[in-house]
Each structure stands twice: as C-alpha cells, then as structure tokens.
Design a protein around this ligand. Structure first.
Ligand code: SF4
Length: 408
C-alpha cells in the first residue's frame, strides 16, 4: 500500500505542533493574507517559517492556504507574499484562483500548487485540466460520492486529496453569499460568518409558518468518514484531509490520533470490521461536539444528514489537563490544568505515542505540595500520582459514564 498522507488543520503554531506530534503527515495553515478563514489565520510569516522548520525536523510538511477568490483590488502584494512563503520553507500552497495558481508557478516553481476544494473539482477530466495547467494536486469537492472519488482516482493524472472529517458547507464548497448578505462579510474572501448555522424563522408573506419554539438552521451534519477510510485508500486517494482550522488543540489531537491509528491499523491488517469502526468512532466522539454523518460519500445527503434544529451532539469525555512531564522516581506527573475538575475521578490519558488509557486521579497538589479540593484555575500547574509514565504533550480527559454525554 502506498503511504497515504494524513493532512490536519492548524490555527496557530501550538496546534501545528500538536497535529504533527499526534500523527499528521502534513498540516495546512492560513497566513495573514489571501486566505479564507481569516479569523483562523493567525500565522505570521515568522510563525510559518518556524512551523515549516518544525515540520521538516519531523519529516513532515506544511501547506499554506492562499485560497481566497481575489477581486482586482485584492491582488496587491501577492508576488512578495508568494516569494516569502517559498523562502519560509513551506511545501505547497492551496489555491482556488487560477490567477494566483499561475502566478505561484511563475514565481516559485519549487512550491507545489494544490487546487482548493473551493474550485469544486468533481471528475477526472477536470483533474486533467489542472495537470495541463502545471498544477500538482487537486482537492476534490466535498460533494463527490465514493464512486465519483473512485472514478476520479482511476483516471487521475494528479494526486487526489479528499476530506474525511469536519464541517461541511451547505452551499457548494463555499460558493455562498449567505454570509455576504447577512453580515457584509465575504465567504470567499475569508469572512464567512457561518450564517447557515444561525437559527431562522420561515415566513410566507407576513405569516410565520415555522414553529416559533423551534427555529431551524440551514447547516448540515459534519463529515465523519471512519468507515470509508479503507475504500479511500484502496481507490488511490493520496491525501486524507481533516477540516477545522478554528478547532482546539484537544480536538485536533483527538481526531488526528484516531485517524492515524486507523490508517496504520489498516496498513497492517487490510481490514476494518464493525467493532473497530465503533472503536474509532468512539475515540472521535470524545472531542466531537457536533453531530456527524457520511457527507456525500453514500450519495446525496438525506434529511437525517442535515441539522435543522440541534447543533450540538455533546462530547463523551471532557478535556481537563495537559501533561508537561513525569518523574519516574516519585511516579508523579506535572500537569497544566485546562478545564475545571475535582480530585478523585476516573480519567483517561492519550498522547502522541500513548493509546487511550484509563487511570484514577486521586490527590492533586499544587507546586508547594498543598492538596487541592477543586481545579478551577486554567493553566495552573499541579502534580498528580500515576503508576505508569505519562509522556509530555499527552492530554487528560475526565471520563463520563456513556449514558451522560456531556453537552456544551
Ligand atoms: S455561511 Fe455556511 S454555507 Fe455559506 S460559506 Fe459559510 S459555512 Fe458555507
């Protein structure tokens, strides 16, 4: 089996490092210019340089989104920015606009150009077109079925990247003016306000015909493609992409960790039965707080794949602390508190090299050795006993009874 790339999102340097440490082969990030998701794009050129160096040290790659659809006034500074990205050591730019794609090839031939999903590529003929333009990879539209992915890959002349997890756009891969209309923020120039997820009432003339007690949204469930990973690997997809540059480090660690284990397991066993599918879906549910579905992989989404009212699924476990270090002699870990918890609870740790493992947190002490009754100061440093070593960068969750899904 050829090695398949697991591609993760990162909204800042910390999340970039977490994504790579937890098993992503590459991350995609946004800079401060020419990118969608402008609110998530807080990488300065200096951060990009540091992130690219970190990735290289670990044998991994950084892709940068330069995927806005620029109007004439937006193009100033493009040449300098492209040269600066090449100089920063990134591997590829993800581009939606043909004008930007062509300019990148002229200015920085060392950079790969990946055609963004914003371009809605849905077939092998379109992929051939991009090959003829000198491009290096195509991110298929999220609206492709599994059969269409298969057909595209069978005849593909370029590597194909597909989405496997995260938010879907109720419009055609971002080709939407809902946000422009409602908020004056251009979805295709980095400003999407996710207006489709707001609650709406439906009127016919002056008369409201929706239930006033049940406003509805126009959003879809998020994609979760655990059961499709073997098929996507077998049809020859080159890169599996997780959506979510605005997601937390904990979410990214959990989702990347689960898909990494899945891909590695499938590479060894070439099978994935229902029991293992349930295992990976449960792993992801520990951080996923939105309802998920198959996206378009099984065909046109049905009513059950949309979110008409409910927006939250609730996570099954709650992130409470990061592991900073572990002292073997005293069997004590130094933790940084992230969310409120009490001592004497069942917890679970997972990390870059640690599968999810349950243990009990008994006493928790501050750095002076005082026992604490409640942990309610985020970032506080504390010590806990643990009989087995906890690796740096591991994260700790509070374990909930499965019947009490924790809804935010
Ligand atoms: S408002 Fe919703 S449908 Fe429109 S671009 Fe944003 S996420 Fe997509």
């Amino acid at each position: 089996m050829d090695t398949i790339e697991l591609l993760a999102p990162a909204g800042d340097l910390k999340r970039l490092k977490i994504a790579l440490l937890y098993g992503a082969d590459a991350v995609y990030i946004g800079g401060q210019q020419f990118s969608l998701r402008s609110r998530a794009s807080n990488f300065s050129l200096e951060d990009i340089r540091e992130g690219a160096a970190f990735a290289r040290e670990h044998g991994k790659k950084v892709h940068v989104t330069v995927n806005m659809l620029p109007h004439e006034d937006d193009l100033g500074g493009l040449d300098d920015y492209v040269r600066a990205l090449a100089d920063a050591g990134v591997h590829a730019l993800i581009v939606a606009s043909p004008s930007i794609a062509r300019r990148v090839k002229e200015l920085a031939p060392s950079l790969e150009v990946h055609i963004s999903t914003q371009h809605s590529t849905t077939n092998a003929s379109a992929i051939r077109f991009w090959k003829e333009q000198g491009m290096d990879r195509v991110v298929l539209a999220r609206e492709c079925t599994l059969e269409e992915v298969r057909a595209s890959c069978a005849n593909a002349v370029l590597p194909v990247e597909v989405f496997i997890h995260g938010g879907m756009c109720i419009s055609y891969s971002g080709r939407c003016v809902l946000s422009n209309h409602m908020t004056n923020r251009d979805a295709n120039r980095g400003g999407c306000a996710q207006s489709c997820r707001w609650k709406y009432a439906l009127y016919e003339g002056e008369r409201e015909i929706s239930d006033p007690d049940m406003r509805f949204s126009m959003s879809s469930k998020d994609l979760q493609a655990v059961r499709f990973i073997p098929a996507l690997i077998e049809v020859g997809v080159s890169s599996l992409k997780i959506e979510g540059r605005m997601k937390s480090a904990y979410y990214i660690a959990t989702v990347v960790h689960a898909y990494r284990m899945l891909i590695d397991e499938y590479a060894q066993t070439r099978m994935l039965n229902e029991e293992r599918i349930a295992f990976y879906e449960e792993e992801i549910a520990k951080a996923e707080n939105r309802p998920t579905g198959p996206g378009f992989y099984l065909g046109m989404p049905k009513a059950k794949d949309q979110l008409y009212g409910v927006n939250g699924a609730g996570v099954t476990q709650e992130y409470i602390a990061d592991v900073l270090s572990y002292d073997e002699r005293s069997q004590t870990a130094l933790l940084q508190v992230r969310n409120h918890f009490h001592p004497h609870i069942d917890a679970e740790v997972f990390g870059p090299h640690t599968a999810s493992t349950r243990f009990r947190i008994e006493e928790v002490c501050d750095l002076e050795g005082h026992k604490l009754d409640v942990l309610n100061q985020p970032m506080q440093l504390v010590r806990v006993k643990c009989a087995f070593p906890l690796e740096p960068h591991a994260m700790i969750r509070k374990v909930y009874d499965r019947s009490s899904r924790h809804v935010y």
